[in-house]
Design a protein around this ligand. Structure first.
Ligand code: HEC
Ligand code: HEC
Length: 211
């Protein structure tokens, strides 16, 4: 039921988006990259939008942002038929390398702003013990670690982290061996055995946000 509502919301956003694109194209030749496309879903301040399940971009590491845009563009992410949210994002990433460079520069103008915590029901102590494995790559404060290719988790929208962990576990993300880092994380998601484990670890990550 919830998945259905989410699906309808995402479809509605997509329709709105294509209407805007069509309106703009009649007025003028479309520029290669227009940041308004991204803000339609990710929010005008880039802090994410629960309604369409689009996560916060403000504060994202440039190397991670670039990699994700290329993964989407090349169909290594967001092509699994069960990945409703990834399927909404994938066609948005039909971008040239130049546009991706522009986007990385543009997103870099937004300051880090932690997303508000929405998940409060988890067992943070259990989450903390689960997180010890994660810390090896994502850092003790979930601040991310470029040398391990692992992005920051602290400050990201908690509902998005839950979806990603479910998607990795189900094989909706990290489904191809040539997605080296996604498939690595897919293996690590096995540490979380139940949905409650996912909620608990994300509740603990919520305590690590820089304010
Ligand atoms: C139609 C709505 C929509 C538009 C427009 C859109 N996105 Fe997204 N985006 C999403 C959704 C939904 C997700 C979550 C995908 C998932 O759950 O895997 C997402 C995910 C992402 C991610 C992955 C974040 C992460 O932490 O891995 C990046 C990066 C991203 N979008 C950047 C962009 C950029 C840049 C633009 C503009 C060129 C854009 N998006 C336009 C809906 C949209
Ligand atoms: C062996 C190193 C490693 C370990 C251990 C690890 N991760 Fe990851 N994780 C990664 C890498 C690398 C990525 C980036 C994948 C990509 O680029 O698509 C990632 C991505 C993620 C993402 C997606 C973030 C986003 O913005 O979309 C989440 C959520 C995540 N990890 C949570 C966890 C949790 C929770 C644990 C502990 C149970 C964990 N990771 C353990 C390496 C690791």
């Amino acid at each position: 039921m919830i998945a259905r509502v989410k699906h309808v919301l995402i479809l509605a956003a997509l329709m709105l988006f294509s209407m805007q694109v069509a309106a703009q194209e009649t007025e003028q030749e479309r520029e290669p990259f227009d940041d308004r496309y991204c803000m339609t879903c990710h929010g005008i301040d880039g802090v994410g939008n629960f309604g369409v399940q689009a996560p916060r971009l403000a504060g994202m590491e440039p190397w991670y942002l670039e990699r994700q845009l290329k993964l989407f563009r090349d169909g290594l992410r967001g092509k699994h038929p069960e990945d409703t949210e990834g399927l909404a994002m994938q066609p948005m990433a039909v971008l040239t390398d130049e546009s991706i460079t522009d986007i990385v520069a543009w997103v870099g103008t937004w300051e880090y702003k932690p997303a508000p915590a929405t998940i409060t029901a988890g067992d943070k102590e259990h989450g903390e013990s689960l997180y010890q494995t994660c810390a090896t790559c994502h850092g003790i404060n979930a601040e991310g670690n470029e040398s391990m290719n692992a992005p920051a988790l602290a400050g990201q929208n908690d509902w998005y982290l839950v979806t990603q962990l479910q998607n990795f576990k189900a094989g909706y993300r990290g489904y191809r061996d040539d997605d080296v880092y996604g498939s690595q994380m897919r293996q690590m998601s096995g540490v979380l055995q139940t949905r409650q484990d996912i909620i608990d670890v994300v509740s603990y990550i919520n305590t690590l946000r820089k304010l």
